[in-house]
Design a protein around this ligand. Structure first.
Ligand SMILES: C[S@@+](CC[C@H](N)C(=O)[O-])C[C@H]1O[C@@H](n2cnc3c(N)ncnc32)[C@H](O)[C@@H]1O
Length: 496
């Protein structure tokens, strides 16, 4: 991502103008005024609200882990969204007390890696952060991020990328609201905000999921269904969650509502099924709390079996509304294949699948292991794991509901043994209770799967300090177009 060319590229230039929930134009990002012909920008001083804003010309020298461009300004290092290494640009810098906020105004010299983001909502949504980079640049960025983070442990393998890095998300949730004209709109909240962006398509969602929520949005008016308003607590439909079984083609629709009283429920379900016969189950989830969590506690199946089934690595898995299931099944198969390869199973080992979700990794690994114990906090996921074990005829796997740390502490206290620990914790990583018990159990091998390599590095350091060495590192691009990257580390007991 080094060479650049002068073309006066202005990000956001071809973007569709969309409106937010208040009907205001989005402050999209970079100004569409001003171009190279206006010459080198003068450093102006103007007031923006109570902020002092100046304009400056800067050169980007690298990228942060969040994909933001690094620039120097008045002796300070600033991070500018949507700027690429080697580019020169005009930025606006607003200061408010000690807070300095840089914003890209215009790219003066554009990188060869820059492309026009294919999504017209890219600059206001924030759900994707790398769509202004071509595929090779995204790959390089993720590889360099992992290489840098994993430096203390060795050289990672080349990242496993995706052939078609769009349409991959098998799960989407959409929020509804009213615009200034009081028309119902649906879309996503802008990153870190409660500003609803009206959309018709998200390029990383499964296209069918977007078609379904669009239909629901259009049906809301005739069914006199009001979108829920978080500020007033009024309204009915909060979100629509769609889960798609990419192999099975089964589709789950969850209507997340603010009240259990759903007038015209049967007719609504009938009309939705008529419009989308491909839907295999519909649920109502009642969330009447003031919370940013999508799903509430009460759930009712309105049609079908309440779960969908999908196939991964040749095994069938039942997935409920609340269970975690990897969102990119194409890449998940690569991830699991690699993780199980790193476990080096011979058919006799005792394997722990910690943070097991619906049991996917453990059940796939069970074919090559002596026995598998899976532990998971979410009770719906554990129920799915047990059902999945039965439906695949697996006899050597058991699943337990509880905290993985406590489970391991108890195992260590009972003096039980494990040969291999496969762990796949949430973004926050693992905890000391878990890691110290692993160290006590002394499994010969640990396979650490992580969606947040920063917390993974922290936990790996602990394991290295306590007798393990890193044998292999494999990044996988599970989330193309975004800064997120999945990573697997293979660790073995030092004496081996
Ligand atoms: C990244 S997911 C991995 C799930 C599974 N391994 C997979 O590939 O689908 C992390 C899982 O850890 C679970 N979890 C979070 N905190 C936990 C804890 N303290 N103990 C056990 N499970 C936990 C979550 O419910 C979630 O299912």
């Amino acid at each position: 991502m080094k060479k650049s060319k002068k073309n006066g590229y202005k990000p956001g230039k071809k973007r569709n103008q969309s409106k937010n929930i208040n009907g205001k134009k989005h402050s999209a990002m970079p100004s569409q005024k001003g171009d190279k012909s206006q010459g080198k920008p003068s450093t102006t001083n103007k007031r923006q609200g109570n902020k002092k804003a100046v304009t400056a010309e800067v050169t980007c020298t690298g990228l942060t882990n969040e994909g933001k461009g690094i620039v120097q300004w008045k002796g300070k290092q600033l991070e500018v969204e949507y700027l690429l290494p080697g580019e020169t640009a005009e930025i606006t810098v607003s200061t408010s007390g000690r807070y300095v906020h840089p914003e890209l105004k215009r790219v003066i010299t554009s990188s060869k890696d820059r492309i026009q983001p294919p999504c017209s909502y890219y600059f206001e949504c924030g759900g994707c952060q790398l769509q202004h980079m071509n595929e090779q640049a995204q790959e390089d960025f993720k590889q360099e991020t992992i290489d840098e983070l994993m430096k203390p442990f060795g050289k990672p393998e080349p990242i496993l990328t995706m052939d078609h890095p769009y349409d991959y998300r098998n799960k989407s949730h959409t929020t509804f609201g009213l615009n200034k004209e009081r028309q119902i709109i649906g879309g996503l909240y802008a990153q870190n905000s409660h500003q609803l962006i009206s959309m018709d398509r998200c390029l990383i969602h499964d296209p069918k999921a977007d078609e379904i929520w669009q239909t629901i949005k259009d049906m809301m008016k005739s069914f006199k269904m009001q979108p829920y308003n978080e500020d007033t607590g009024r309204g009915f439909l909060r979100h629509v969650l769609v889960k798609v079984g990419k192999v099975s083609g089964e589709i789950m629709v969850v209507l997340v509502v603010a009240s259990p009283i759903f007038k015209g429920k049967n007719n609504f379900v009938k009309a939705l099924r008529k419009a989308h016969p491909e839907i295999t189950t519909i649920l109502m989830n009642v969330n009447n709390r003031k919370t940013s969590m999508v799903l509430g506690d009460q759930e009712q199946v309105l049609f079908g079996k309440g779960t969908i089934t999908d196939t991964l690595c040749g095994m069938k898995f039942d997935i409920s509304a609340k269970s975690f299931y990897q969102i990119n099944p194409v890449q998940t198969e690569k991830l699991y294949t690699k993780a199980i390869e790193m476990a080096q199973l011979t058919g006799t080992e005792t394997v722990i699948d910690a943070y097991c979700g619906i049991g996917t990794i453990g059940l796939i690994a069970s074919q090559k292991a002596g026995k598998v114990s899976g532990v998971e906090l979410n009770k719906d996921a554990v129920r799915d794991a047990i059902r999945n074990s039965k439906r695949n005829g697996v006899k050597n796997a058991r699943f337990y509901q509880g905290d993985s740390g406590e489970f391991m502490v108890e195992m260590a206290a009972r003096g039980e043994k494990a040969d291999v620990v496969i762990m796949d914790p949430p973004r926050s990583g693992s905890d000391e209770a878990f890691l110290s018990s692993v160290v006590q159990l002394k499994p010969e091998r640990i396979v650490y799967v992580s969606c947040n390599p920063v917390t993974q590095v922290r936990d790996m350091k602990y394991l290295v300090q306590n007798g393990y060495k890193v044998k292999g590192i494999q990044p996988v691009d599970m989330f193309p177009q975004t800064v997120h990257v999945e990573n697997i580390a293979e660790m073995v007991l030092e004496s081996n």
